[in-house]
Design a protein around this ligand. Structure first.
Ligand SMILES: [Zn+2]
Ligand SMILES: [Zn+2]
Ligand SMILES: [Zn+2]
Ligand SMILES: [Zn+2]
Ligand SMILES: [Zn+2]
Ligand SMILES: [Zn+2]
Ligand SMILES: [Zn+2]
Ligand SMILES: [Zn+2]
Length: 493
């Protein structure tokens, strides 16, 4: 490849780029009221918009105001909405004095240059470079857009029929408000897939549809710091557009069968967030840590979660005061749970706490240790947290109590997608064969998993046509293997 190179500055340019004309004057009143002049020496002046020195972006100046701006920064948006703040923010070229910190990266904002600020909040500032990141800003300049036009509907998410009776858009019968009297381990919420431990819930008289009161109140639309566009509440049901009847959360990567928030970025890409992860906001007050936790300023940063000790590449919650890191998977495990043979709540504990004690799990009778890798489940993910009742000293592995498909609800039917491809390519239409029922593993003899041949250890198991699986991983693994066998027989004729 031919290119131009400057030995003094160690700078290379494509021939096309080198020949591109750089205008000497630029008049852009929206960015600066006076005409701007090209400044020939690169990499020496800091831009008043982005507060950076950019080697490869031509610099323009206004000598009257001693104003500096990059060519690429001319035309910057004046009013924007970012995912990390509830109000609109606007660009301001003069910042107040004092120590200001950026609402996205939490680093100091230099008062000598411009930044975005919130007119409604007292001291909310964001670096221009942080505000315009693709995962934070939706790319829209809202200067001409009236504030009402980008408000989202915050009305009640259901129809109120009478006092304590509602009609929820995801169910066809009326739901009645009730109060939990005793913990019933067979009652699961259709929204979050967790049991009803305490408090109020809505239930249907004609079917087993139940919702926690707070799940019924989940808004139909919501903004979330993890995504620049507003998200819509949907429920995972098998039907057009959701063949499997499940979804996978983009924050904790769990499969779920309940309510989730989505945004169709384009035809193929859908951003999905389960209602557990959607409830996490900044600053996040995690009950197991003394300081508030924040989202990283940029995605795809490595970090080792202190709870599960697993190293995550993408989303973590970070503590600004110490080096505590929590992954979304652990942040959304229930903090306190009930166990049918204990009359109290059990609290989540970090595996490290088990080191100096000898704790045994009441379900599998195995030892609770830090970083124990479970023999029956071939995943590299470690299981270090456990639940403990402080009154009775009952201790349980987190996985033995909640399973690994924590947010898949018993009673639902999902579709094994890979198997359906297999049957379709065999020229058979065997719709019901690919149906998988999620069942409560409550009988005295635990069924044996067709795939890994263990006795299903978790609170739920999956029942297919002539098959039993202990986990969704085994369902998919088994489908993948038979699909590969089919492909192989196809290739080898
Ligand atoms: Zn700039
Ligand atoms: Zn910043
Ligand atoms: Zn604000
Ligand atoms: Zn719920
Ligand atoms: Zn999630
Ligand atoms: Zn974790
Ligand atoms: Zn156990
Ligand atoms: Zn299995």
């Amino acid at each position: 490849m031919i290119f131009y190179h400057c030995l003094t500055c160690n700078l290379s340019m494509h021939p096309v780029c080198a020949m591109r004309k750089v205008p000497f004057f630029i008049d852009h009143p929206k960015s600066h009221p006076h005409p701007l002049t090209f400044f020939p020496t690169q990499a020496s002046l800091v831009c008043h918009f982005c507060a950076l020195i950019k080697k490869l972006d031509p610099t323009y100046i206004c000598t009257k105001c001693v104003f500096v701006i990059h060519k690429g920064c001319i035309g910057f948006p004046h009013v924007i909405r970012i995912s990390r703040h509830t109000h609109r923010i606007s660009f301001t070229s003069s910042l107040p004095c004092g120590k200001l910190s950026c609402g996205v990266c939490h680093q100091q904002v230099d008062n000598d240059y411009g930044a975005y600020s919130c007119k409604k909040c007292d001291a909310y500032f964001v670096h221009s470079k942080c505000a315009l990141q693709r995962h934070v800003w939706d790319g829209k300049d809202l200067e001409e857009v009236p504030e009402e036009d980008d408000m989202i509907d915050d009305g009640e998410p259901f129809k109120r029929i009478a006092d304590g009776i509602i009609l929820h858009p995801f169910h066809c019968h009326n739901l009645h408000l009730q109060t939990t009297r005793a913990y019933d381990e067979n009652k699961y919420c259709r929204g979050c897939a967790l049991p009803i431990y305490e408090g109020q819930f809505y239930s249907c008289i004609e079917s087993d549809f139940i919702l926690h009161e707070h799940c019924a109140n989940a808004p139909r639309m919501k903004r979330h710091p993890l995504h620049p566009h507003p998200l819509t509440l949907v429920v995972a049901t098998r039907g057009p557009g959701n063949e499997e009847g499940t979804f996978q959360c983009d924050a904790c990567h769990r499969k779920g069968t309940g309510f989730f928030y989505e945004h169709h970025t384009d035809q193929e890409n859908i951003f999905m967030l389960d209602i557990h992860c959607a409830s996490i906001f900044e600053p996040f007050q995690y009950q197991g840590h003394e300081h508030p936790l924040f989202l990283p300023s940029e995605p795809n940063k490595w970090g080792r979660c202190q709870m599960c000790t697993y190293e995550y590449v993408d989303l973590n919650l970070n503590c600004l005061e110490c080096d505590y890191i929590l992954c979304f998977h652990c942040a959304t495990l229930p903090y306190k749970v009930r166990y049918k043979h204990d009359s109290h709540f059990l609290k989540i504990c970090n595996g490290k706490e088990a080191n100096d004690q000898s704790y045994w799990c009441e379900i599998c009778e195995g030892k609770i240790e830090e970083g124990t890798e479970r023999a029956f489940y071939n995943t590299p993910k470690k299981d270090t947290s456990f639940y403990k009742c402080n009154a009775c000293c009952t201790t349980l592995h987190q996985r033995c109590l909640l399973g690994i498909d924590t947010y898949m609800k018993p009673g639902e039917t999902v579709k094994d997608y890979l198997s359906s491809i297999k049957y379709a390519s065999e020229g058979q239409s065997k719709e019901s064969i690919t149906d998988v029922r999620i069942l409560l593993n409550s009988s005295l003899t635990r069924p044996i998993c067709t795939r890994c041949l263990c006795r299903c250890p978790f609170p739920i198991f999956f029942k297919g046509h002539n098959t039993i699986f202990c986990s969704w991983d085994c369902v998919e693994d088994s489908a993948m293997r038979s699909y590969q066998r089919l492909l192989y027989s196809f290739i080898s004729g």
